[in-house]
Write a protein that binds this ligand. Structure first.
Ligand code: PMP
Length: 408
């Protein structure tokens, strides 16, 4: 008997086995409470889209619509995405050292859908995916839905640890497991907030190449560095063994639902077929508006505005943590949205969440970011959405909860 649903559901016996992996987030109900305005939410990863000037978007929409009444933008399009946006995407990726052909780009419904398509292409039930420890909750959900076994690989402040990767490959292989790919978020990791060093990127690519393991490089935050640019993408030095995923969600707005995959040439055709079977074509209107925006607006300047804004919020969070929770440890992100906080052993981040919500602060418990129940000693704090003042208030409230649990 699989755990497909409750037996109050008349279709209980009809669901496919793979739906056993579709579990509602255990913290979803609490997050509904946490969306009340008096609660400071350090939980979600919502980009601060209010910093996007309205006229930049409306101007692009107007121009799209005044071109033949928007006839093409309102129509179905190519399953691969429009040639114009794919050319822009090549230019964006060139900022991270990637060279290649727009013909190998496949536009998707957010990079989330690219994660789904790649997993659909490669995973049979029981296949193994290597992923950082911790890893992105949305990717783990996809992997589970395709009945993959996730093997977590340890990280430290420089990202994924090559030696731990070698050990994980040896251990999975020795028990007869079939590793299909390594899923990694090298820049400004969600949730860990760390960045993979350049030396390690090269070493990890070499390990995967010699073990015949594909790398799935997920990079939605790469352009959101606070000081130094992030190291070049892994894809910039390996065209054959890396599928690179990018997105407009964090550098423009997630509401467009436009992301992409740059696949090795050999994989591209299957990816397009999978994309067509899933959605016929990615969001035409979104692609046209974004193309217009990239043609006309100062999009690089807009990314700089986002970077400055998130830097200020990161600073607010780090200084509040230093002030209110000096005995704990946390990561110091150089870009992106997230700080990863470690709790003393006797605390349980999941059990503590209802208390936190009562104190009017919300966070994401570390357990969301593991496929195997780890994470009770960790918390992901997002600094992307609340103002610096709210972040300070939120961290102060969190300190009250933590100190209360520790009986200080
Ligand atoms: N990968 C990572 C690491 C993410 O954090 C997110 C968004 N939270 C995504 C992929 C998906 O983003 P989107 O579908 O909006 O491109």
């Amino acid at each position: 008997m699989t755990n497909k649903g409750t037996n109050l559901d008349p279709w209980y016996d009809s669901y496919a086995d793979r739906t056993a992996g579709l579990s509602a987030s255990e913290v979803r109900a609490l997050f509904a409470v946490a969306s009340r305005p008096e609660v400071v939410s350090l939980a979600g990863g919502m980009p601060f889209v209010s910093a996007l000037p309205r006229e930049l978007v409306t101007g692009s929409i107007d121009r799209v619509m005044s071109n033949g009444g928007g006839a093409m933008a309102l129509q179905y399009g190519s399953g691969q995405g429009t040639p114009a946006i794919r050319e822009h995407i090549m230019q964006i990726m060139a900022m991270e050292g990637i060279r290649g052909s727009a013909d190998d780009v496949v536009v998707t419904t957010g990079s989330q859908q690219a994660l789904d398509l790649v997993t659909r292409l490669f995973i049979n039930p029981g296949d193994v995916i290597l992923a950082e420890s911790p890893s992105y909750v949305g990717a783990l959900g996809v992997f589970k839905a395709y009945q993959a076994d996730v093997e977590h690989v340890a990280m430290d402040d420089e990202g994924l640890i090559p030696e731990a990767l070698r050990e994980a490959i040896a251990s999975v292989t020795s028990r007869g497991g079939r590793i299909k790919f390594l899923y990694t978020i090298p820049n400004f990791h969600n949730p860990a907030g760390v960045t993979l060093s350049w030396a390690r990127r090269l070493e990890i690519l070499e390990i995967c190449r010699s073990a015949g393991i594909l790398v799935l490089e997920d990079n939605p935050y790469g352009l959101l560095s606070f000081d130094e640019p992030a190291p070049h993408a892994m894809r910039s030095v390996d065209d054959e063994g890396v599928i690179y995923l990018g997105s407009f969600s964090k550098t423009l707005a997630p509401g467009f639902r436009v992301g992409w995959a740059l696949a090795p040439h050999a994989i591209r055709e299957k990816l397009i077929l999978a994309n067509e079977s899933a959605t016929l074509s990615p969001n035409s209107f979104g692609q046209f508006v974004i193309t217009e925006y990239l043609d006309q607006a100062d999009w690089r300047g807009q990314i700089d505005i986002f970077r400055g804004l998130y830097r200020e919020r990161r600073d607010a969070m780090l200084s509040a943590l230093g002030e209110y929770l000096p005995s704990l440890t946390w990561t110091r992100p150089e870009g992106g949205f997230f700080v990863w906080l470690s709790l003393p052993d006797e605390l349980d981040s999941k059990a503590m969440l209802p208390r936190a919500v009562k104190e009017l602060v919300a966070y994401t418990p570390g357990t969301a970011f593991y496929a195997d129940g780890q994470g009770r000693q960790n918390i992901r704090l997002s600094f992307c959405y609340p103002t610096p003042e709210s972040i300070r208030v939120g961290v102060a409230r969190l300190a009250t909860v933590i100190n209360g649990e520790l009986d200080l």
